[in-house]
Write a protein that binds this ligand. Sequence first.
Ligand SMILES: CC(C)=CCC/C(C)=C/CC/C(C)=C/CC/C(C)=C/COP(=O)(O)OP(=O)(O)O
Ligand SMILES: O=P(O)(O)OC[C@@H](O)CO
Ligand SMILES: [Mg+2]
Length: 232
Amino acid sequence: MLDPDKVEQDSFIELLTRTTQYHVDFFLVGGSLITNYAHRQLVDAIRQHTQTPTILFPGNCLHIEPGADGILLLSLISGRNPEFLIGQHVIAAPLLKNSGLEILPTGYMLVDSGAQTTVSYISNTTPLPYDKPSVAACTAMAGEMLGLKLIYLDAGSGARRPVSPQMIAAVRQAVDVPILVGGGINTIEKAHAALQAGADLIVVGNAIEQDPDFLPELAAVVHSYNQAPVQA
Ligand SMILES: CC(C)=CCC/C(C)=C/CC/C(C)=C/CC/C(C)=C/COP(=O)(O)OP(=O)(O)O
Ligand SMILES: O=P(O)(O)OC[C@@H](O)CO
Ligand SMILES: [Mg+2]
């Protein structure tokens, strides 16, 4: 995950260039609260330095950049704030329809991580309880039955503890759609645990920003899960 507020730093371009050597499937671009609206610059920089698809990860309808490849059209189904369930979507609909962006309808589920995150504060919603996998499973099930094509379990950027493997496994059992998991994945062990429990994609932001050397280690873990199983 890349933060548009950081695009002007030299280290950022260096990081982008490094990603081409490793296994990065997508860049998610966004934030709950953006201060410099550099989405366009960021998307251009990604195109200039890599061939990796760019998917918008918007906090609201001001964060739409038609130059990206696609957008996670998040509906915040863990919360009960109509603005983030459907309100922003109504405002954005005509713009999105003509944008040429691939629309990825996503059931976005915030999970409690022990401290309030920017996204729960900004969205004015209560995250799912950390230790209630069955609540998460039913929420994901409802999202899938409503037609959402992806489920995103997010402990929030910089979360103290990531979504538990128990919750990921319960959601994996409950739905067939791909599951994204993010927030607080800052060690190889946590990446393994999420993938082992059934995450199809892991989203990592802070850990790579803080230590770009984490990228090759992480890439190796993801790659090991993407290998075809050995035939008996
Ligand atoms: C209809 C459109 C275009 C958008 C809908 C947008 C919705 C429903 C958003 C859900 C709520 C929300 C505020 C999501 C933002 C998620 C996100 C990009 C989080 C990234 O982390 P930050 O919260 O920015 O963390 P930091 O404080 O660490 O920067
Ligand atoms: O920055 P981190 O903690 O890796 O979180 C990434 C993303 O899941 C936040 O929405
Ligand atoms: Mg942010």
